[in-house]
Design a protein around this ligand. Structure first.
Ligand SMILES: NC(=O)c1ccc[n+]([C@@H]2O[C@H](COP(=O)([O-])OP(=O)(O)OC[C@H]3O[C@@H](n4cnc5c(N)ncnc54)[C@H](O)[C@@H]3O)[C@@H](O)[C@H]2O)c1
Length: 333
């Protein structure tokens, strides 16, 4: 199912919307594409450079004649033009831009450049393709990390104070997107997801809940930094796939930004771990450390009111049920 761009440029032969999903082999890419194949008539083109996930992950996507997948290691090279044939031969209606490096890599000059290339520069390149090939709509996967360290409940108008390179590239990408909306009239939607939990095998970046559940299932001891007091919201993947679908479908929210999160207040790392231990009937086995890693956020608390009001977003699976679903998945795999 993985093809080279230069060997595969046939047009999908129906009149349905064609959605280009970048980062299609990622956790959110796979789950969103499967949702779209099952619930819509869209044609889906997926691209991924396999920087964080193996190409075999494509087999987790439903094998469907409305889905094509392209892989190239060169998507970030401005001179390679690997994506041009795609836009020349296929009528793309919307780009759902999920590709990026996520998490926090070691803070180094080298890793900062990788973040810039794969997150910020790729976003700008794709926006330019939208203008050049008249692709009308662009949806962007941003992150709660754009807000940095703020303990109050955050709305889309709150200050952006990213702490590390990942958040900085998301903020800058958002700025490019808003500029392309204003100047070129591109129909854009920015979705700021909170920490995602998915019932899937993780390869690269593993969020806190999957990491802890897997350790606890295997009776491994846990280290909690910042004395386990950092607070987060966790959102199950079905909510994210639905939010992506709503952003594609809704044409009245052009230029808007939405927080995509659960209704519950954030919980501390200790509370999350104690919940998992009790669900698995195990005794807590963690050690607390007072130090923090650079870029770690103490509290992340977003409001989803605007998404509910304007995007039609509703929470399908609440925060604790989402954690339960990953526990079920981990104990059965
Ligand atoms: N998972 C979360 O908790 C979370 C939270 C907030 C925002 N997000 C955002 O959602 C998006 C998807 O996240 P995910 O969890 O699926 O991540 P993921 O790492 O599983 O998937 C990202 C995919 O993008 C691909 N990729 C990276 N750079 C690329 C490039 N230059 N060209 C082509 N493909 C490239 C990677 O190979 C990977 O398969 C990301 O933009 C991320 O920042 C994720």
């Amino acid at each position: 199912m993985i093809f080279n761009l230069d060997r595969n440029n046939e047009v999908m032969n129906n009149n349905m919307k064609t959605i280009l999903v970048t980062g299609c082999l990622g956790t959110i890419g796979i789950k969103t594409i499967n949702y779209l194949l099952e619930n819509t008539d869209y044609n889906i083109i997926g691209i991924d450079n396999c920087i964080s996930n193996p190409k075999e992950r494509v087999f987790e996507i439903i094998n469907h004649d409305r889905f094509k997948c392209y892989s190239s290691v060169l998507f970030t090279d401005p001179l390679d033009n690997k994506l041009k044939p795609l836009f020349e031969f296929m009528n793309v209606d919307c780009i759902l831009h999920l590709a990026s490096l996520i998490g926090s890599m070691a803070n180094s000059v080298e890793s900062n450049s990788k973040y810039f290339d794969n997150n910020e520069k790729l976003t700008l390149d794709l926006l330019n393709y939208c203008v050049e090939y008249k692709i009308p709509k662009f949806i962007f996967a941003s992150s709660s990390s754009v807000y940095g360290n703020q303990s109050c409940k955050l709305t889309e108008d709150s200050d952006l104070q990213p702490l590390a390179m990942y958040g900085i590239t998301k903020v800058n990408s958002e700025k490019y997107i808003n500029y392309y909306h204003e100047f070129f009239g591109l129909n854009t939607v920015i979705l700021r997801y909170t920490n995602v939990v998915a019932d899937i095998k993780y390869y690269g970046y593993k969020g806190f809940i999957p990491l802890m559940v897997d350790k606890i299932v295997n009776d491994e001891p846990i280290k909690l930094f910042n004395n386990g007091q950092s607070k987060r919201q966790y959102i199950f993947i079905d909510n994210i796939a639905k939010a992506n679908y709503l952003a594609i479908e809704n044409d009245n929210v052009s230029g808007e930004t939405f927080n995509i999160t659960v209704d519950e207040e954030p919980i501390s790392l200790i509370t999350a771990c104690n919940y998992i231990y009790s669900k698995l009937n195990k005794n807590p086995n963690y050690t607390l450390y007072s130090d923090k890693q650079f870029g770690d956020i103490d509290c992340n608390w977003m409001s989803n009111s605007k998404a509910k009001e304007k995007l039609g977003f509703e929470v399908i699976t609440d925060m604790y049920s989402g954690i339960d679903k990953y526990i079920d998945y981990a104990t059965k795999k």
